[in-house]
Design a protein around this ligand. Sequence first.
Ligand SMILES: [Zn+2]
Length: 321
Amino acid sequence: MPLQDSGLENAVTGEFDNDEMRFVIIGINAVNGDTLLQHTKAVDTENMDKESSGSNTDEVFFENTANVNMPIDNLAEELKKWIIGYNIKHNAADALLKILRDRGHKHLPFTAKTLLKTDPVESQMASGVECVQFGVTEQLIMCLNRYPYNYARDIIELEISLNVDGLPLFKSTGKSFWPVLCTVHLKPASTFPLAIALTEAKPKSLDFIKVIADELNMILMNGFSWGETTVTVRLRCITCDAPAKAMLKCIKQFSGYYGCDKCPQKGNWEGRMMYQQVHVLILRDDVSFREQHQPEHHQENTVSPFSDLQIDMVKSCTSAA
Ligand SMILES: [Zn+2]
């Protein structure tokens, strides 16, 4: 082992020996002129006997003066960060885990799936809707942390958009997922869930959206703290398909007589709902919507969970294809 190089303070070497790769991390601290060499040895149950008998053919050493008491789980944690940080494919990570296990790191799991196993999240049940909330601020901070520091440190304003849609899970049941997604319009844009709800068909309650809207309202007004700066947030739009948009705005469906969310004209039923008038239209606006100038357009006794937000309830809610 080439450890007696007193001229080094911190040296990292790797060497190949008989097709065996040996990683040697040498840390040397000069103390009173003497060279102090400290090393910790990775858990290596297979090679224990060989070491005790003096053989070093397959020894794998991790010697590091920076943190001699580093727990063995740190390697697993570092690997997890590496896999997530660089979007490593699981089959590639599995192959690396096999190599590391073959080299003595028997405490590592066989697969990336086991390595990345996260704690189960707690869901909440309310009004027939089972929901997991991830937190708007928490998710925005996690999102910013994924960008290169040199790019992200200068960000003082974020533009976001939301998407809500139902995803049928099975043909045999009406159960569906309702993910609430947020897109941060940076370069590149980043999309992540704010909540995922599991419901029987259409959600009976929009409380899971209301939780997000309330937190979002605070963020739109006050921004959120990120490091030493306060990042202000602007909501570009809420994008959904027509049925989901009607549900979120608590208005009549697009197939209703007063279902057009752009203008207040009454539709004609001709096998499907037709809106004949295309010229000289009075358009709905935020004020007429919030004051419910046309009550027939709105669902009775319900208010949109987004109505507290300082947004244009007509223009900010857009349709997805
Ligand atoms: Zn219209």
